[in-house]
Design a protein around this ligand. Structure first.
Ligand code: AMP
Length: 429
């Protein structure tokens, strides 16, 4: 038994895993700037009451909660949105709208560890504040589609719904919001029969139950038709119909704007978090039965946190799961960078090796140096193992002539080059 072990559910990222994670993270950052989002960094530890104010029961029961030394009840953040909403109600309150905010980092949920489900995991989070228009929803779908394409996720689709469809029906059946949550939670975990029983026990009429049953059965790629059918099925529930119309507008923009990713419209779709008020969606791949990302519209949240009434729509992408999907699909991680290995052949030229390394780093090359005093052939083997692109072999005779030996580790060809020309030579190869 080793003396110390990792905490259950926590992971180490060894170099190859860390570079994959950072590769995915870098892509989210690039998408953020391409879509005009600005980054904010918020603390991992937040007050318990903030984090529990509006998250669903499920997340609440899985939080890492503790008292700090000052006796404050705090928790590790299980999501970004509560922190961002706190800022919207305070420091960012008077910023001109719309505001596009991006954050990335770790989140903590005491889930049962399994494939793609960890207790510490990474998300990139995009939120638009200040617009209740469908083009804001479409923007969030669009950046999600672009991110997946950019990373090379080959087969993925967006599953899209609208909480207003189900909530509209339940509201018009006089079911209170808290009780609606109970029904939606059952639907979120696909327990359709239980959801119907719950609705019945909450006083939903026979017509309402039969409309729900029909809604539970429809989904499909022809979004316009699905939404037409939904409107017909729910024609007696005007709030539900206007939710379906809102989704139609988003869908039209998505199609007309040639956003790209395939999507499936699913009116019965409910997501775990209770604060959604409009369109909701998840990113799915055929290889996994868990989502790579999810989001939606939450127009009341900022207000609930004490801010001005501010419509909002956002998405969180699971970086770990995107990495897993890329591996499952045999996708390529383009994390290769030009690596130069410097090999001094004896101690007398160490100072020169250091000087060359410094010069090349200044030019922007990634430079590794032989620091074990090994022979040139052993050092070359090591450089090849580490997938370096070039070796620069430095010996006293060459140095006296102002030259070094440059070896291309892919072709294994080498030739003497002028020290001054070295950076340019690396560039050419
Ligand atoms: P949510 O914050 O629940 O809306 O989830 C958004 C995304 O975060 C999901 O689609 C997953 O990709 C990711 N995610 C959520 N929970 C976990 C977890 N326990 N482990 C890894 N990724 C997760």
């Amino acid at each position: 038994m080793p003396k110390f072990q990792r905490v259950k559910g926590m992971r180490d990222f060894l170099p190859s895993e860390a570079s994959k994670l950072r590769h995915v993270e870098a892509a989210t950052r690039e998408i953020a700037s391409l879509f005009g989002f600005e980054e904010i960094v918020t603390p991992i530890v937040e007050r318990y009451d903030l984090l529990t104010a509006k998250s669903g029961e499920e997340i609440k029961s899985r939080m890492y909660v503790f008292n700090d030394l000052g006796g404050r009840r705090v928790a590790l953040r299980p999501e970004f949105t509560a922190s961002v909403a706190r800022l919207m109600a305070t420091s960012l309150r008077n910023e001109p709208k719309p505001l596009r905010l991006f954050s990335t980092g770790t989140l903590y949920r005491y889930d049962e560890p399994q494939f793609g489900r960890y207790r510490e995991f990474w998300q990139s989070n995009f939120e638009i504040f200040g617009s209740d228009r469908p083009e804001a929803d479409t923007d969030i779908l669009s950046l999600t589609s672009d991110l997946m394409q950019k990373l090379g996720v080959k087969r993925f689709w967006l599953k899209i719904g609208h909480v207003g469809i189900l909530r509209g029906l339940l509201t018009e059946e006089d079911v209170e919001e808290q009780q609606q949550n109970e029904v939606l939670q059952l639907m979120d975990s696909k327990r359709w029969e239980n959801a119907l029983q719950k609705a019945e026990s909450l006083g939903v009429s026979a017509d309402g139950i039969s409309a729900l049953k029909r809604i539970f059965r429809i989904e499909g790629k022809d979004g316009r038709k699905i939404l037409q059918d939904t409107k017909t099925m729910l024609k007696d529930y005007s709030i539900a119909v206007s939710a379906a119309e809102n989704l139609e507008q988003i869908l039209d923009l998505y199609i007309q704007g040639k956003i790209g990713a395939e999507m499936i419209i699913e009116p019965r779709f409910a997501r775990g978090l209770e604060y959604y008020t409009g369109m909701i969606f998840e990113v799915l791949v055929p290889e996994m039965d868990i989502s790579l990302g999810g989001g939606g519209r939450y127009d009341k949240l900022v207000e609930m946190f004490g801010g001005e009434p501010t419509p909002a729509v956002g998405v969180a992408h699971g970086l770990d799961r995107i990495s897993l999907a890329l591996e499952e699909q045999g996708g390529l991680f383009e994390v290769s960078k030009q690596l130069v290995f410097i090999i001094p052949i004896c101690d007398e030229v160490l100072h020169k090796a250091l000087e060359v390394a410094k010069q090349l780093r200044k030019e922007g090359y990634n430079v590794n140096m032989e620091i074990m005093g090994r022979s040139v052939s052993r050092a070359l083997q090591d450089a090849e193992k580490r997938e370096a692109n070039f070796a620069v072999i430095i010996g006293p005779r060459e140095v006296a002539e102002g030259k070094v030996m440059l070896r291309n580790l892919t072709t294994r060809q080498q030739n003497l080059v002028d020290l001054q020309e070295l950076p340019a030579m690396l560039l050419k190869k």
